[in-house]
Design a protein around this ligand. Structure first.
Ligand code: NDP
Length: 765
């Protein structure tokens, strides 16, 4: 392979030592255990994401909408999804980064976060980029005297640059534009000379392909008149060796120790592995693929042309005629492991897909809106880090051990483990050493008996609920089956101030409670404070609701329970579950008029229950031999419990005999449903749900949206589907053994949101 000559370009100043305004540390413990919403919140609260980013990420469907996609390329049919994740702990030039990565391959994000954690102990990565020059090529053919053509072109350097710059005056104004020309002469296959003019353009913040192409086309007539030849190609070169990025890292060997290997052993094995990649193209190719795992994922996330980066990287790796590793690992005099990478990195922070794709804009903001130079350096550092993650595993325990986790994830997926318990089941499967479907089911059964919400020292949480059978009738003393859902409300109470302030940042709510209010939300807060002798005490109630509002999922009761728990925590009230339940029930009465108490009870207990309140609330835990394969579907209309309950009460008063007969029917179905649940007889349970929905419809609390969702669920394999909660909007619950994915997808395709507790498979490398 021909060697590539290059003059050493000037070093570009990176601004990467400046911290992102307001951004906190990129070290966020237990981030991987959080739900997607919690992760978004964690990054928002640390200043990495704006409120606009949060609403875009929390919105239904892909961040890239079809109408925008349709303008990006031709013949669009849809939007193809890939996961957008973030690697944490990253430090480059003394600055913390949360690194967005778009990639389908498992272990890349975790690998980078792990390396970020080790490397930040010794100051993280140093990175810099050279000036941002893109080369444009103009090929002149039909030339007999190439030496004369070459010197004529070089003589007219100023004219060529002036013409190129006149085509892009804005770029010159920005301090960029065409800087120089070079001329190369090659021999064609039959010996005829080929003269190629290189136009060297400083493209500033843009990758520059389009602008360089247009400059090349613009100067082509002048090149023809100077050389007397005919211009053929006029296009940039993707061998962007005048835009190099370099990253280095130093890791004391002690920080590499682990999994039975000393730090020295790990260091020496990494160096040996790296040495092989310097001399063996077969190994170098795989070594470089590992680097590109990180490079491409970040390039894609930031809207950059990863194909261009790939092409440049591999050509550069072969620049001296032999394909070699782009990075190198050595041991320094202090015994530290030192890594270095140098590679072409022509990226932009404007132009291309950067502007069009909202997800790319979010990624760039996550990175603190870097300059193109910062971004180039960061991408090189991410490539080097990804390389280290792979080498460390390969040089020690091998990459298959990581695959144990992937295997456990895939077994848990096949066993139909629900999202809420997925991570816990995987962890316990690995611990058990029995990575089998039956074991996954057994572990899930154990776990699913209790939904315990994550407790933090500075806040309290409570789960939502879904009613399987018996709503409305339960208000009239009949039984109902309720299940906890893995969605929570978190409340954090802080003493201080002279009023009661309520903060719900997701809803943009920040206001003071009216101390005189006796109804509504303020009235409920006042009554609860009165009951625990805190009326008149200044405090802030900060609420983080993760339960969709007015969807029949018990958001209001969970809020009351979380607030009561956190009042107890902050003021040392020592409230037990029964006391919390009592307070939450009073709150519910103020919100819903005549609630049965099932919502607050499930929220406190966090377990499936059979509940009855015929003057006195009683409940018993319900045993689920198998997790219920449920899918929830949400209408876009709020189901207002107070209104629906009042509507049923009016119907009951107007026609007690008929309405009570309906309640009796619902009660019978519920009692029989309890037995079906306890024996995992899903077909029978489904039939009961369908019948129960019929009665609820007869009570007048269904809507066309609810009916449509139920029909979609049944058409796609649900054995039972019904509205859940108060109705009048809100949501449906569908029992879908083996068809959860299909039902959820069909709901989404019809424009509704769904909550599918089934997971899609993860794949390994
Ligand atoms: P664009 O043409 O989309 O955008 C660059 C333009 O942004 C500049 O020309 C400039 O226009 C404007 N701009 C605004 N602010 C700045 C700034 N601070 N610094 C620099 N420019 C600024 O993109 P590129 O020219 O960068 O081309 C990249 C795209 O080209 C990618 O999508 C790539 O996929 C594609 N492409 C790649 C090819 C390849 O790699 N072989 C070939 C062809 C296309 P103005 O001066 O008018 O304001």
């Amino acid at each position: 392979m021909a060697s590539i000559s290059k003059s050493k370009p000037a070093r570009r100043q990176c601004n990467a030592s400046l911290p992102a305004p307001g951004a906190g540390s990129s070290r966020i413990p237990n981030f991987f255990r959080m739900s997607v919403t919690e992760r978004i919140d964690a990054l928002h609260s640390r200043g990495y994401l704006s409120s606009e980013d949060v609403s875009m990420l929390n919105g239904a469907g892909p961040t890239l909408r079809l109408p925008i996609a349709d303008k990006m390329i031709e013949n669009v049919l849809g939007v193809f999804g890939l996961p957008l994740g973030v690697a944490l702990n990253f430090m480059v030039n003394g600055r913390d980064y949360v690194v967005p990565l778009v990639v389908e391959e498992a272990s890349i994000v975790a690998g980078l976060s792990g390396v970020g954690r080790i490397t930040r102990l010794s100051g993280g990565f140093s990175a810099h980029a050279t000036e941002s020059i893109l080369i444009g090529q103009v090929q002149a053919t039909g030339i007999t005297n190439s030496a004369r053509a070459k010197s004529a072109l070089l003589d007219r350097r100023e004219d060529l640059l002036a013409l190129a710059n006149s085509l892009h005056p804005n770029m010159v104004e920005r301090g960029g534009g065409a800087r120089d020309v070079e001329v190369h002469v090659h021999a064609g296959p039959t010996g005829e000379p080929m003269v190629v003019l290189h136009l060297l353009v400083d493209t500033q913040e843009a990758m520059g392909a389009n602008l360089v192409n247009s400059m090349c086309e613009g100067i082509a007539p002048l090149v023809e008149s100077i050389t007397g030849g005919e211009v053929l190609l006029r296009i940039l070169s993707n061998l962007t060796d005048r835009s190099l990025a370099t990253a280095t890292v130093r890791i004391p060997h002690q920080n590499l120790a682990g999994k039975g290997y000393s730090g020295e052993q790990v260091r020496d094995r990494i160096v040996q592995a790296s040495d092989l990649a310097q001399v063996d193209p077969y190994r170098a190719t795989t070594h470089n693929k590992g680097i590109m795992n990180g490079v491409d994922a970040l390039a894609l996330a930031t809207g950059n042309d990863w194909r261009a980066i790939e092409a440049a990287a591999h050509a550069y790796a072969a620049r001296d005629g032999r394909y070699r590793a782009l990075s190198n690992w050595t041991r320094n005099a202090d015994g530290d492991l030192v890594g270095k990478i140098e590679m072409p990195m022509k990226v932009g922070t404007v132009g291309g897909a950067v502007k069009n794709n909202p997800a790319a804009r979010i990624s760039n903001r996550l990175l603190g809106s870097p300059t193109a130079a910062d971004l180039a350096g960061l991408i090189a550092a991410v490539g080097l880090a990804q390389n280290l993650a792979a080498l460390r595993a390969l040089a020690t325990y091998g990459i298959q051990q990581g695959h144990m986790t992937l295997h456990a994830r895939s077994v848990a997926t096949s066993a139909g483990v629900q999202d809420a318990q997925f991570e816990a089941v995987v962890e316990r499967l690995i611990e058990s050493g029995e990575i089998k479907e039956w074991k996954a089911k057994e572990i899930e059964r154990d776990l699913s008996r209790t939904i315990s919400m994550p407790e933090r020292a500075d806040c309290s949480s409570a789960c939502g609920k879904v009613i399987l059978l018996g709503e409305h009738a339960v208000v009239y003393g009949k039984p109902a089956i309720g299940l906890p859902v893995p969605l929570s409300v978190e409340a954090s109470v802080r003493k201080g101030g002279d009023r009661v302030r309520v903060l719900v940042s997701q809803w943009g709510l920040d206001r003071q409670v009216d101390p005189a209010a006796t109804d509504g939300f303020d009235g409920a807060v006042n009554a609860m404070l009165e009951s625990v002798d805190l009326r008149g005490v200044g405090m802030t109630l900060e609420v983080n609701p993760h339960i969709p509002r007015s969807m029949g999922l018990g958001g209001s009761a969970a809020l009351a329970v979380a607030v009561a728990r956190d009042l107890s925590r902050e003021f040392g009230l020592g409230l037990d579950d029964e006391a919390v339940n009592g307070l939450a029930f009073e709150w519910e009465k103020m919100s819903h008029g005549t609630p049965s108490g099932i919502d607050n009870t499930i929220s406190v207990v966090g377990k499936p229950i059979v509940f009855e309140n015929d003057g006195k609330a009683v409940f018993r835990e319900l045993y689920l031999p198998e997790p219920l394969p449920l899918v929830l579907g949400f209408t876009s209309r709020a189901g207002l419990t107070a209104r629906a309950v009042a509507q049923v009460r009016a119907a009951w008063k107007a026609n007690p005999a008929h309405v009570e007969a309906l309640f009796d029917q619902i009660a019978q179905l519920t009692r029989s449903g309890v037995k079906a649940v306890e024996a995992a007889r899903f077909d029978e349970l489904g039939r009961h749900m369908n019948l129960c929905h019929g009665y609820l419809n007869a009570l007048g609390v269904s809507t066309p949206d609810l009916e449509q969702l139920i029909q979609i669920a049944r058409d796609n394999g649900a054995v039972g589907a019904k509205l859940t909660g108060s109705g009048g909007g809100g949501s449906v619950v569908a029992l879908c053994p083996g068809t959860q994915d299909r039902v959820a997808a069909a709901m989404e395709n019809a424009g509704y949101q769904s909550l599918n507790l089934h997971r899609t498979p993860n794949r390994s490398e």
